[in-house]
Design a protein. Structure first.
Length: 346
């Protein structure tokens, strides 16, 4: 009987979804993070049928025949393709709740700060279409701050910089609310594009997205490093159309990344400029906390330290800070409900 009760409890168990441009993570109440997959859907163009979602779909990027396309339905942190996003959310919920017709969970979905009402409603409707009984929204910097362990309810300034695939969210949080914030549509994807463009102009070489991302992770940096490694990159020569390999240095890739890095630095400065003096004084002691995949770019903490003269810390698990913060909202729903946004369903 106890086992049966446990099974029925799990069927309607609340979920938190970090719907990211690059990856979607799902947290289930009482179980933690149960899913972390790329936000990619492979679709058959002729029939509109969904062929693969997540890891399997990402493997198809750049390798599919003409009538199969690998779509990333979220662009710059917001839904660019509503139907495909809905199918992706349904698929991920189905993976977690095997018997979807019985699963009617409450869902908390994380969105970038400052998205429009239309974009927010699109996210909510995706959740309802996927079978939620109630959809709540949490803004990304708030989720990142909770996930990074910042004392958001205290009357002190807490600054978080969350660098995701599509957006960078900068916010100063105090007393459970966002005091000042900036959201820019620059993140890991723009860094990859910057590398692709630079390699194309310098070496006449066409790179794929996956190779650009690999180079960024291996030798990308935002500040001079003690060791400046080199890496081999492979692409297609524009002039001959043949495969070609070149060697690039960490210093060269840093030059390629300068524009997106400056955009992030300026977003931090802009947010500090809008912060009340009392909270700004707190930040000089407490510093800035970096979360998101972009926080792993080598030397970014040092670059921000140099540019702002403030302490900068990378959170313990930057890739999972947002989903952990969103998950805490369902684990401690009564305590954190006031940071959530909920509108009556239309």
């Amino acid at each position: 009987m106890a086992n049966q009760l446990n099974r029925w409890t799990f069927l309607g168990r609340d979920m938190a979804i970090d719907l990211g441009t690059a990856n979607t993570l799902v947290y289930v109440r009482g179980k933690g993070i149960v899913l972390d997959e790329p936000s990619v859907v492979a679709v058959h163009q002729d029939t509109g049928a969904v062929l693969a979602v997540g890891i399997e779909a990402k493997k198809m990027i750049g390798r599919t025949p003409g009538n199969i396309v690998a779509i990333r339905p979220l662009k710059d942190g917001v839904i660019a393709d509503f139907d495909t996003t809905r199918e992706m959310i349904k698929h991920f919920i189905r993976q977690v709740h095997k018997r979807t017709y019985l699963a009617k969970p409450r869902i908390v979905v994380c969105v970038p700060y400052g998205i429009t009402g239309v974009e927010r409603r699109a996210v909510e409707e995706s959740g309802y279409e996927a079978g939620a009984r109630k959809v709540y929204i949490i803004e990304e910097p708030m989720a990142a701050a909770i996930g990074a362990g910042l004392p958001i309810h205290e009357p002190t300034g807490n600054m978080v910089v969350d660098i995701g695939g599509g957006t960078t969210e900068v916010a100063v949080i105090s007393m459970g609310g966002i005091v000042s914030a900036t959201s820019i549509r620059t993140g890991g994807d723009k860094m990859d594009v910057a590398i692709i463009d630079w390699i194309k102009s310098e070496f006449g070489l066409l790179l794929g997205e996956r190779m650009a991302e690999q180079i960024k992770m291996e030798i990308g940096s935002a500040y001079p490093l003690r060791d400046e490694p080199d890496a081999e990159i492979r692409g297609r020569d524009i002039a001959t159309g043949l495969p070609k390999t070149v060697v690039v240095s960490s210093d060269q890739i840093r030059k390629a990344l300068e524009k997106p890095v400056i955009d992030i630095v300026n977003a931090v400065k802009q947010t500090l400029d809008k912060t009340p003096p009392e909270l700004a004084a707190d930040l000089l002691d407490r510093g800035i906390v970096l979360t998101g995949g972009g926080a792993l770019l080598k030397g970014l903490d040092e670059r921000l330290r140099h540019e702002t003269n403030m302490p900068v810390h990378v959170s313990e698990d930057p890739l999972r800070a947002v989903v952990e913060g969103t998950g805490q909202c369902i684990e401690e729903f009564e305590a954190l409900e006031k940071v959530l946004i909920s509108e009556p369903r239309r």
